[in-house]
Design a protein around this ligand. Structure first.
Ligand SMILES: [Zn+2]
Length: 136
């Protein structure tokens, strides 16, 4: 009964589900900005929504407010290459992320920034995708 109620509640409140999904993205990078490593306070669309970017895991990365605001509606890779804190390992991680390979992305981020990353391999929850492959 209890679980059925929970599922029902989630169906009624898609916002709840989106919030959990966003939190899971932050948890995945250890709450650090995928671009610069500062604490992530927002979710950035790699391909901006204004250019048709979707709110799916492959297009959404944890970002600090500074990066998110500065990047604005620029395409992420163009913007990132011009930054002082550009790190090719992070660029590779972002590329892997956009291809849905979050495990590779996490490994590359750990390489770029050994300390603050969450080592628990937390499984992100996507509203429309099954990430069970990540559990392996
Ligand atoms: Zn940042």
């Amino acid at each position: 009964m209890h679980t059925r109620d929970a599922v029902f509640l989630e169906d009624l409140c898609p916002k709840l589900r989106v919030r959990r999904w966003r939190q899971s993205l932050h948890t995945f990078t250890g709450k650090s900005c995928i671009y610069c490593g500062q604490p992530s306070e927002s979710i950035d669309h790699i391909l901006p929504r204004s250019r048709g970017g979707l709110s799916i895991t492959e297009n959404c990365v944890p970002a600090c407010l500074s990066c998110n605001g500065d990047k604005s509606d620029t395409e992420a890779f163009d913007w990132y290459r011009r930054q002082r804190f550009y790190d090719p390992r992070r660029a590779m991680a972002i590329r892997a992320w956009t291809e849905g390979d979050l495990r590779l992305a996490l490994r590359l981020l750990q390489w770029a920034q050994p300390n603050p990353i969450n080592h628990e391999l937390t499984k992100p929850i996507s509203p429309d995708q099954d990430w069970s492959l990540l559990a392996a």
